[in-house]
Design a protein around this ligand. Structure first.
Ligand code: DP6
Length: 362
């Protein structure tokens, strides 16, 4: 196992030289094709995963920092979500920053004001931890870069940002890279690691460029079980090992399909992964789909049979359905979604997203 922890006691600044500053990052959400579900140790995945990086669903985060007025070991920060102080989120980020003080010792020297907002409505019930945690990780790496000029290459910056994002939320480590990202050691992808995500964009066939993801909002309620609790349930699940093996195998198959432009194989694995994730949850007595999630999935399969269009669904650990399809069928798909699927969504609401270029510093 790779021995990398990024602990660096040298990242302390002489108090006299510490000036106030700020940094802003926009970081996207991502949608996994092969799912990360089950972890061990400190945020280590039980199996490798691969995701498309999205474009329209993102978090914008601004971090202002200044020297603390009174030295202390406590993390000092205030957090504003969509312009309002948010104590629950603030407590989570405080804990996150406290867990990072060996990687970024300067955290203890500073007082932070964090302002963060999502491009998608909070009530849409879509996962925001990937975009939120990757944006924070990028801001911390940028502060390090501004103060210490410690990154020799962009790749070194991205790798550390991905490592740090993983500690905040596993799936966040994949949001650092454009187009496609793999996280988790697998013999199928050179350079893959359990410790950070890597980009996979160069190896993608033209058929997968400009892929679309329409996120159909079936329910806007809070998730009944958090991802973190969901991962923990895998520990007592008698099907856990077969599931991890299935995901390891599916990762290899999907990677080959993506390189070869094989939409059909990609789609088969994509849907199998979504249903398998939910099967794991059902086995722990949780029912996360809603009747309309099932209706949508059936309609997608029916539409595919009738038109032969390569359009596939996937799900995260919730009721909302993601529709994945290539750019060249968008005209037909738009009609299908607007006429048949949108009526099954909350207030006809869906987010028409697509595969994106990764995070951007503002
Ligand atoms: C179903 O990354 O949200 O979306 O590491 O506990 O924060 P934590 O979990 P999280 O889990 C994501 C699970 C998933 C599948 C995936 O994105 O791979």
């Amino acid at each position: 196992m790779e021995n990398l922890n990024y602990h660096n006691p040298a990242l302390i600044i002489e108090s006299a030289n510490l000036q106030p500053g700020s940094t802003i990052w926009r970081s996207p959400s991502n949608i996994a094709i092969v799912k990360y579900w089950g972890k061990h140790g400190v945020q280590m995945p039980r199996n490798p995963s691969i995701s498309f990086t999205l474009e329209g669903a993102f978090t914008m985060t601004r971090v202002d920092y200044k020297p603390k007025e009174t030295p202390s070991n406590e993390v000092e920060l205030e957090l504003y979500f969509q312009e309002e102080r948010n104590e629950a989120f603030e407590a989570r980020v405080k804990k996150y920053f406290a867990s990072l003080t060996e990687i970024f010792p300067f955290i203890k020297q500073m007082s932070f004001k964090i302002q963060t907002a999502n491009s998608f409505p909070h009530s849409a019930g879509i996962a925001s931890s990937a975009s939120a945690m990757s944006a924070l990780a990028l801001c911390l790496c940028s502060i390090e870069d501004e103060l210490f000029k410690s990154f020799e290459t962009d790749e070194a910056f991205d790798q550390k940002a991905s490592y740090v994002a993983r500690l905040g939320s596993g799936s966040a480590c994949r949001s650092i890279f454009p187009t496609l990202s793999v996280w988790g050691k697998t013999s199928h992808v050179e350079g893959s690691s359990d410790l950070y995500g890597i980009g996979f964009a160069e190896q993608i066939h033209d058929n997968f460029k400009n892929f679309h993801d329409d996120i159909l909002i079936v329910s806007a309620e809070e998730k009944s079980v958090s991802s973190t609790a969901g991962h923990a349930l895998m520990e007592g699940n008698p099907f856990a090992e077969p599931r991890y093996n299935q995901a390891r195998k599916n990762l290899g198959t999907v990677v080959e399909a993506i390189k070869a432009g094989d939409l059909e194989t990609f789609g088969k694995i994509c849907e199998e992964e979504a249903l398998s994730l939910h099967a794991m949850m059902m086995n722990s007595n949780y029912l996360l789909m809603r009747p309309n999630s099932l209706k949508i999935m059936e309609l997608v399969r029916e539409y595919r049979r009738e038109t032969n269009h390569p359009i596939y669904f996937t799900l995260d650990a919730g009721p909302n359905v993601h529709l994945l399809y290539p750019e060249n069928i968008i005209t037909d798909v738009r009609v299908f979604v607007d006429e048949q699927l949108a009526p099954l969504c909350v207030e006809n609401y869906y987010i028409a997203d697509w595969v994106g270029e990764g995070p951007v510093q503002q």
